[in-house]
Design a protein around this ligand. Structure first.
Ligand SMILES: [Zn+2]
Length: 457
C-alpha cells in the first residue's frame, strides 16, 4: 500500500516538473534583443532598438546608459499581453540627461511573460559601446566663386577639424558632394556646385557633418547672375512620333494615342532617364582627372543650349514641355566624338530618350555625357585621354537629326557645359578657388587654353 503511494507521489512530481519544464507558460527562451553594436550619440540621437519574444511575449524593456560609474535609465516600458515584437526608436539628448561627451555603454534588458524563475520571466540582454559627441565640426571657408551664372557652376574650398566626416553644398533640393584631403590641422575640402534653373531654391548652403550627425551649416556668399531663357515651340510631326516616339515604348503600349505616347516618353521616360544619369554620375571619384579646359567637339555648331524651355505641340495642341539639360552639337552624320577631357568611362549603353550614351567621370564630382550615339568605342572602367574617340554621332533615342547631345554633370546634376569649354572661366572661377586642393592638377589647368577660349557664357 505504502509503495503505491510513493510511486503515485513520484509520478505526480514528475508530471508537475514536466508541466513546468515544457508547458508554454514556463518556457525558458529569453527575448532576443538588438541594438546598434556601436556608434555615436549626437546632440539629438535616435537609436533603433528591437526586441522579440516567442512564445510568451514581451513584458518589459529597459535601456540604461552607463558612463564613468553612473547610470541613467533612458527608456522603460511595460507591454500589455500579446506583444511579441517591438521596434523602439530611442531618442537620446545626452546634454539634457547630464551625460558627458566621451565613451558610454548602452544596456538593453528585455523581460518576457514566462512564469519561469518564480514568475520573473526570462531576461534577454544586449549592450553596445557608444561615443557621446554633440560638438559639430569647425568649418573655415577659404574661398568660393562669388559670381555664378544661373545654370552655371562654382567652386568652394574650406577647411574643417578632423572630426568632419561628410560635407556637401545644397542648392534647393540638389546636393553637391565635397571631397576631402588630410592636412596637418584636419581636412581640406573641395566642392563643385551648380545653380541650375530647375533647382527649387537659389541659396547656396554648405553643410559639414561628423559621424554623430552633428552638422554645421553656412550660407556661401554667392551672387547669381540671371540669364535669358530661350523658349522654343516644337511642332511634332506624325513621322517623328512614328519613327522616334513609339519605338521607345514597350510592345503593350504601342496602341496608345499619339498624345499619350508622347507624354509617356517625354515625361515618364525622361524623368526616369535623368534620375538614372544622376545616379551613375554621382559615383564620381575623388581625384581630379581633367586637365585644362574641356573641348567642344571640332567643326560643330551649337544648335540648342542648356536650359532651353521647349513646348511641344501636336495637331496645334500643347502636349508637353521639357527643359534641355545639355548642348546640342551638329556636325556631319556619324562624326567621331572625342572625349572632352581626360577621364574614366563610367557608363556605356542605352539610356531611353538619350539613345546610346557614354558617361565619363573626370573626378571631384565632375562628369560629361555624350548622347544619341550610333555606337561607342570604349569600355566601362577604361581611362580615356582628351581628344580620344569614344563613339560616333547618330540619332538614337529621341533625336530628330544626327547630332551630339553633350552634358556636364556636377554630382550627377546637369549644368551649362559652355562654361567648361572656356579656359579663362575655368582658371578664374574654378581653378583659382580650388588650387590649394588641386595641387598638380591646377598646374595642368594652366596649360595653353583650348580652342574654345573666347566662348563666353
Ligand atoms: Zn540635346
Amino acid at each position: 500500500m505504502k509503495r503505491v503511494w510513493v510511486t503515485g507521489a513520484v509520478i505526480l512530481v514528475l508530471l508537475l516538473a514536466g508541466v513546468i519544464l515544457f508547458a508554454p507558460p514556463f518556457e525558458r527562451t529569453p527575448p532576443e534583443v538588438k541594438l546598434p553594436p556601436e556608434g555615436y550619440i549626437g546632440a539629438k540621437a535616435v537609436l533603433q532598438i528591437r526586441a522579440k519574444d516567442r512564445p510568451a511575449g514581451l513584458k518589459e524593456v529597459v535601456v540604461d546608459l552607463v558612463q564613468r560609474g553612473r547610470r541613467w535609465t533612458v527608456y522603460r516600458k511595460a507591454f500589455p499581453r500579446g506583444i511579441h515584437e517591438v521596434e523602439i526608436p530611442l531618442e537620446i539628448e545626452p546634454k539634457k540627461l547630464g551625460v558627458m561627451e566621451g565613451r558610454c555603454v548602452l544596456e538593453v534588458r528585455a523581460t518576457d511573460r514566462s512564469l519561469w524563475r518564480f514568475g520573473h520571466g526570462n531576461v534577454g540582454m544586449a549592450e553596445g559601446k557608444f561615443v557621446v559627441d554633440w560638438t559639430p565640426p569647425r568649418v573655415e571657408l577659404l574661398g568660393n566663386t562669388r559670381y555664378v551664372y544661373l545654370n552655371g557652376a562654382g567652386a568652394a574650398l574650406f577647411h574643417t577639424t578632423e572630426d568632419a566626416f561628410e560635407a556637401h553644398v545644397q542648392v534647393g533640393e540638389l546636393l553637391f558632394r565635397a571631397y576631402r584631403k588630410k592636412d596637418r590641422r584636419g581636412f581640406l575640402w573641395a566642392v563643385l556646385f551648380g545653380v541650375p534653373q530647375y533647382a527649387e531654391g537659389r541659396e547656396v548652403r554648405l553643410t559639414v557633418k561628423d559621424r554623430a550627425g552633428n552638422a554645421r551649416t553656412l550660407l556661401l556668399p554667392v551672387h547669381i547672375v540671371p540669364r535669358k531663357v530661350v523658349r522654343e515651340r516644337v511642332s511634332l510631326s506624325e513621322g517623328f512620333l512614328r519613327e522616334k516616339v513609339y519605338p521607345l515604348l514597350p510592345p503593350e503600349r504601342q496602341d496608345l494615342p499619339p498624345e499619350e505616347a508622347f507624354r509617356a516618353v517625354n515625361e515618364i521616360m525622361r524623368k526616369r532617364d535623368e534620375a538614372e544619369i544622376t545616379r551613375i554620375a554621382s559615383s564620381s571619384g575623388p581625384n581630379p582627372l581633367w586637365q585644362g579646359a574641356f573641348s567642344q567637339m571640332k567643326n560643330t555648331k551649337v544648335t540648342a543650349t542648356f536650359g532651353d524651355q521647349r513646348t511641344y505641340f501636336y495637331g496645334g495642341k500643347m502636349v508637353g514641355r521639357s527643359v534641355h539639360l545639355g548642348c546640342d552639337l551638329a556636325s556631319v552624320a556619324h562624326a567621331p566624338v572625342p572625349a572632352s577631357n581626360r577621364g574614366r568611362v563610367i557608363y556605356t549603353g542605352p539610356m531611353g530618350i538619350y539613345g546610346n550614351v557614354v558617361i565619363l567621370d573626370h573626378g571631384l564630382g565632375l562628369a560629361s555625357l555624350y548622347a544619341h550615339l550610333s555606337r561607342y568605342t570604349v569600355k566601362e572602367g577604361e581611362e580615356v585621354q582628351k581628344g580620344q574617340v569614344i563613339g560616333y554621332t547618330d540619332t538614337t533615342g529621341l533625336a530628330g537629326g544626327d547630332h551630339l547631345h553633350f552634358a556636364i554633370l556636377l554630382s550627377g546634376h546637369p549644368v551649362n557645359p559652355i562654361e567648361w569649354w572656356d579656359g579663362k572661366w575655368l582658371r578664374e572661377r574654378i581653378v583659382a578657388v580650388l588650387s590649394p586642393f588641386l595641387g598638380e592638377g591646377a598646374k595642368a589647368s594652366e596649360e595653353a587654353p583650348s580652342k574654345a577660349e573666347g566662348i563666353r557664357p
